[in-house]
Design a binder for this molecule. Structure first.
Ligand code: ATP
Ligand code: F1X
Length: 312
């Protein structure tokens, strides 16, 4: 069982346009609504891969009701904690070739009591779970060390914690020794305070995160694939996609695939890359189902070329 915690879930509205031009009225070719938020997407991907998972989310207002309905319609197991603020709506403007521009709201403030209730539900759901994944940005009112608190609370029970976040929330989590963190290239650069232009920079930065407390670091690198730095060393890989449709949620699918495959070694990295690539071939933040996943396109590099310059 994998429990996901999304403190700042969203309704994700995606509009397809020919070209995004600032200051213009742009007529969208199509619009769709998906349930969103990083942990929510991880549970959606796990469900599609038939891996048991439950999503814990605060929900509020008509937007929160809609989010809950969409999740239930997809067949997710959801523990929705009612809150006073309204669940946010995030907008993606999708251009041809998989170029996505995202506008993410800050999200509704969570009160101290609401956060305590979410924590109570997470603790209850986590009993017997293999992993708890804390994913995404923090809404107003939530302290930066919330993921660190999660690690400290669950570690004594032998429950492993994965954190996919950015900025101060990621930095604070490191100090509590998460079993896994999944930064993308920008989040990694921000965490170490220097750019990562080559694979060698990625590896050095990932080692820094390990030195600060993370057990394993899975870095997602867009079209450049992903790198895993853990107790066993460094492995990298990629899975080329010719016609990317949408990269939104690809990092969540990657994390889901990694956890589903045991979160260690080349097999888990390969599965992660297969799930990430499959998400990129689908529109908006649709999560891949089993038939969408192609393992034959994955390339694993046990001894990656560290001089390699990153493309994306
Ligand atoms: N253009 C692409 N071609 C092939 N694979 C891709 C491409 N873009 C992303 N991927 C796959 O998806 C994974 C996640 O992508 P990325 O690094 O953009 O994650 P992210 O920024 O965390 O995404 P999100 O926050 O939207 O979930 C990559 O590690 C890779 O496996
Ligand atoms: O604002 P955050 O929490 O960083 O990211 C939220 C979000 O952009 O992430 C998901 C894709 O990974 C989307 O479903 C959602 O809109």
């Amino acid at each position: 069982m994998i429990v996901t915690v999304t403190l700042n879930p969203s309704l994700d509205r995606t509009m397809e346009v020919d070209v995004l031009a600032r200051g213009q009225v742009i007529r969208a070719r199509s619009a769709r609504l998906d349930p969103g938020g990083k942990g929510v997407n991880v549970t959606r991907a796990l469900l599609a891969g038939r891996v048991p998972s439950v999503a814990v989310v605060p929900v509020g207002g008509p937007e929160g009701d809609r989010l809950r309905q969409l999740l239930l319609a997809e067949g997710l197991t959801v523990r929705a904690v009612p809150v006073a603020g309204h669940t946010r709506s995030n907008v993606t403007v999708a251009e041809p070739g998989g170029v996505a521009t995202k506008l993410n709201e800050p999200g509704a403030r969570l009160s101290h009591g609401e956060l305590a209730e979410v924590a109570r539900v997470v603790a209850a759901e986590s009993a017997g779970a293999g992993w708890v994944a804390g994913c995404g940005s923090l809404p107003p009112g939530v302290p930066d060390d919330i993921y660190a608190q999660l690690c400290r609370r669950l570690a004594p029970a032998g429950i492993r914690v994965a954190v996919d976040s950015s900025g101060p929330a990621l930095l604070a989590a490191l100090a509590a020794g998460p079993d896994l963190v999944k930064p993308n290239r920008e989040e990694l650069a921000e965490a170490v305070g220097s750019p990562v232009g080559r694979l060698a920079d990625v590896v050095a930065a990932a080692r820094q995160l390990r030195a600060r407390g993370a057990r394993s670091v899975l870095v997602s690198l867009g079209a450049d694939g992903a790198v895993l730095v853990d107790d066993d060393g460094v492995i990298a890989g990629d899975a080329p996609v010719e016609n990317p449709k949408s990269t939104v949620g690809a990092g969540d699918a990657l994390l889901a695939g990694f956890l589903a495959a045991g979160a260690r070694g080349p097999r888990a990295l390969a599965e992660a890359l297969a799930w990430g690539a499959a998400a990129v071939r689908l529109p908006a933040s649709r999560m891949p189902r089993r038939p969408d996943i192609r393992r034959d396109i994955v390339r694993i590099h046990a001894r990656p070329d560290l001089d390699q310059r990153l493309m994306t």
